[in-house]
Ligand binder design. Structure first.
Ligand SMILES: [Zn+2]
Length: 76
């Protein structure tokens, strides 16, 4: 588990985390499901990787804008 990613994730408000965890797209169920047994990875931004709570298929949730602090780049 990437420690930095986990710390960023845990820095989010509990309500936000709950909302994100229960709104993960599963390609098998073809609907938004709850992610279980997840871990956080850092791929530029934080990515949660785990499994669909309904069917067990592998799912991932990219947490947009959740990245280590660094000088802001101008938005295009
Ligand atoms: Zn599923």
């Amino acid at each position: 588990m990437a420690k930095e990613a986990l710390e960023l994730w845990q820095g989010l408000p509990p309500d936000t985390r709950r909302m994100l965890l229960s709104n993960v797209w599963c390609g098998e169920c073809r609907k938004a499901v709850t992610i279980v047994d997840y871990h956080a990875e850092l791929k530029g931004v934080v990515v949660l990787q785990g499994f669909c709570g309904t069917c067990g298929h592998k799912v991932a949730r990219v947490i947009d804008d959740l990245a280590p602090k660094k000088p802001k780049q101008g938005k295009k």
